[in-house]
Design a protein around this ligand. Structure first.
Ligand SMILES: C=CC1=C(C)c2cc3[nH]c(cc4nc(cc5[nH]c(cc1n2)c(C)c5CCC(=O)O)C(CCC(=O)O)=C4C)c(C)c3C=C
Ligand SMILES: [Fe+2]
Ligand SMILES: [Fe+2]
Length: 343
């Protein structure tokens, strides 16, 4: 029997340093997130980052926490519930990190008699620290605990016309009542090294955009390429002016060079260039979360206004929009009835 496993990133159990610490430990000890040898990762994460970060992150989580819990979890649960209403198949929700684990979700499907699973990483783009780690963990759990289960994975959908249509429609709605003079597409950043590591040809990705116009197998796993592609496709779909749109990368940790331009620097640059009314969209996330609600909607607004900007709007992620639910249901149905997946 077929069934569906939706997987998002996950959140701590509560916005306290006590609960944030084990969550960050699991997250940052993932070798696809902090990709250094284990001993060094131990020193870096447990010896340095976890000494101060849980307190700082807990403070940020407190600012965005809802009565029902973490926005990312609550929104993912609402989305799952709506998808369930559109399909006959069992649909379970798991998280890569935290207590709502992938294993628990697989167990839920197993108990319903599911032995053929469609795995849906809830990320539009491929990155080893997001999409890839979900796939690897889900396959590991399946092989270790549910060896007779079959698993098929939904590919990254950053460029699918039907996804671009839904994303563009949500952006158009957000821009309807906002007289913007610039739209910033802010994607979660990753260290530049991750791009090189994910390049199967080992020489294609130049991380300056010069490679992205040359067709290559590397694009299947190039996060930077895929982000710029999403921006271009939305820009074309909505007919946005070339000089009113730009792309940037947020949420970097100190240390290595991360993908540029950095979103916080862009807030300042755009304001200094005289842009007064800025709309920001965050298409690396399908649901609002700490990185969109705190870093972009709250901190970003302050940064832009301090630099001279006047009006600022963060346009929500797709969350539980009906057209996004319909789209997910249509991908599930194509897989269920024709074994077809978007490519
Ligand atoms: C080396 C560190 C990190 C990499 C690489 C990274 C990639 C990455 N992350 C997301 C999506 C989300 N990240 C979120 C929070 C978050 N991310 C990092 C670090 C890296 N992410 C940290 C330490 C945190 C926790 C909060 C903090 O202390 O700043 C979230 C929000 C989770 C929530 O509960 O709301 C999301 C979502 C992607 C898509 C990605 C690679 C493309
Ligand atoms: Fe992150
Ligand atoms: Fe490229």
């Amino acid at each position: 029997m077929k069934g569906v496993l939706l997987v998002n990133l996950g959140s701590p159990d509560s916005p306290t340093a006590k609960d944030v610490k084990p969550y960050l430990d699991e997250f940052l000890m993932d070798k696809r997130v902090i990709d250094v040898p284990k001993l060094l990762r131990n020193i870096l994460v447990r010896g340095i980052i976890l000494q101060t970060r849980p307190k700082k992150s807990a403070k940020a989580y407190k600012k965005i926490w809802w009565e029902e819990g973490s926005p990312l979890i609550v929104i993912s649960e609402r989305f799952t519930e709506k998808v369930r209403k559109k399909t006959e198949l069992p649909v379970a929700l798991g998280m890569r990190y935290g207590s709502l684990s992938i294993k628990k979700a697989l167990d839920e499907l197993d108990k319903k008699g599911v032995d053929d699973v469609l795995l849906v990483p809830l990320y539009p783009h491929y990155a080893m620290s997001s999409y890839e780690t979900v796939v690897v963990k889900a396959l590991e759990d399946q092989q270790n605990y549910f060896p007779s289960m079959k698993m098929t994975t939904l590919p990254a959908f950053y460029h699918r016309p039907e996804y671009i249509k839904v994303l563009s429609t949500s952006i158009a709605e957000g821009l309807k009542d906002f007289d913007y003079d610039h739209v910033l597409f802010s994607y979660h950043g990753i260290p530049e090294r991750h791009i090189r590591k994910s390049d199967p040809t080992r020489f294609h990705c130049k991380i300056d955009g010069s490679c992205c116009k040359i067709n290559s197998v590397a694009h299947h796993t190039c996060y930077r390429h895929q982000c710029y592609e999403t921006t271009e496709l939305v820009k074309a779909f909505l007919g946005l002016d070339e000089d009113k749109v730009s792309t940037s990368f947020q949420s970097r940790l100190a240390g290595d060079p991360w993908l540029k331009p950095y979103t916080d620097f862009e807030f300042e640059r755009l304001a200094k260039e005289g842009k007064k009314k800025l709309a920001v969209i965050t298409p690396a996330f399908v649901s609002d979360c700490l990185e969109t609600l705190e870093e972009i909607a709250m901190e970003g607004k302050e940064q832009f206004e301090e630099a001279g900007g006047e009006h600022y709007k963060h346009i929500s992620c797709l969350n539980e929009r009906d057209d996004w639910v319909e789209l997910m249901a249509s991908w599930i149905s194509n897989w269920e009835t024709k074994n077809l997946l978007p490519v």
